[in-house]
Design a protein around this ligand. Sequence first.
Ligand code: TRP
Length: 454
Amino acid sequence: MSGFDFNKRDSFGSRLGVIAAAAGSAVGLGNIWRFPYILGENGGGAFLLVYLIIIFSIGIPVMMSELVIGRRAQRNPVGAFQLLAPRKPWFLVGLMGVVAAFMILAFYTAVAGWTLEYIYQTLIGGFRGKSSEELSAMFDTFRTGSLRPALWFVIFMLATSGIVLGGVRKGIEKSTKIMMPMLFVILIIMCVKSLTLPGAGKGLAFLLQPDFSKITGTTILMALGQAFFSLSIGMGTLITYGSYIQKSNNLANTAVQVSMIDLFVAVLAGVAIFPAVFAFGISPSSGEALTFIVLPGIFQQMTGGMIFALMFFVLLAVAALTSTISVLEVIVAYFTEQLNLSRLAAVILGTISMFILGISASLSWGLMSDVKIFGMNIFTLFNNSTANILLPLGGLLIVVFLGWFFPSKHVRDELSNEGALKVRYYTVYRLVIRFLAPVAIALVFLHGLGLIKF
Ligand code: TRP
């Protein structure tokens, strides 16, 4: 084992701090950038319905399970499994999480860099007076470039590293407590504006009216992947954050609250975007570009739009930052505790390795556009394979571990704070993690990969 002194581990200071940090991890580009475009490509309202079912039946139980593992073990994901299942291969689940962390951070920070470009464009009046086609062309010109996407990536990565270097309480907790509520307010203003555009009803119908004929195996896999991605589950982010949560915290409540905040922000983003998509005649299946074309379009139509644009993109960058720090923290916790590096050395090592992966991801439409793996560019490969493969697989193994291999009494003790809290939901939770969640994830997974057919 390593020589890390586990008595010196940092922790979150308050209940509100825990919610802010965990919701800060969950709420991010996944809600405002990824959710709308994945929903747009996968059947609109039908997708939303499947998504809701997955959040409640699988998402919340998996989140609770990660928090249980983390707080029980007080370790990074690899160390946690080593401690709870000594001399067994379960630590590989943690290791898979660390690998996923690198891949997610690479493409995610690239998108976060796009938000910086849009802050810059707002300041120089870059999208003033542009039509949807022109906004779309502008986005393409930007991302096929070979300098700016990489430059913004580097800047964003350094900001992430700076906060993580500050530590859990002073870096992560403090910054998220201020930034999260601000994002909420501005998103609501955007919704109001979008809903008052001419033709807004069509967009709302697209988002809210399920067309059941559109539900296919792929829809369900995409919804599962999106749910895992958006809740930050399946790779140990919440094992890591769970390990910093105090023993008096009610983990089940925390999981429910964080999931509801996350769901609410995703729906708000949908309400802000789809009415505008239809009002401006943009295709809902415009892919990764969707949010970056639609939102500048809305700002054009608002009085004082540029001020709102500035606030919005700044907060989007901030929401992304509260998520990137949670992913980098997984890597740093792993390096410090398993390899016994100092926090500084761990952050530097993590950051430098991220430069290689992240610059490649950010240049996926520019310099690196010829690099294709399984027919996908690096960005798309990381984006799809983490959300649709690594996270569901990680989630599956996490619930199977707690449901079948770890003593039920310990799980119950952790959820009830050693008997201090009533856990009337425990029987249901246990059934879910033993049967419903593993079976559902496995089926969706195998079907989505084309390995079985219903
Ligand atoms: N959930 C975040 C978002 O929606 C992204 C994120 C942070 C994440 N930590 C994660 C995704 C861990 C998967 C796993 O923006």
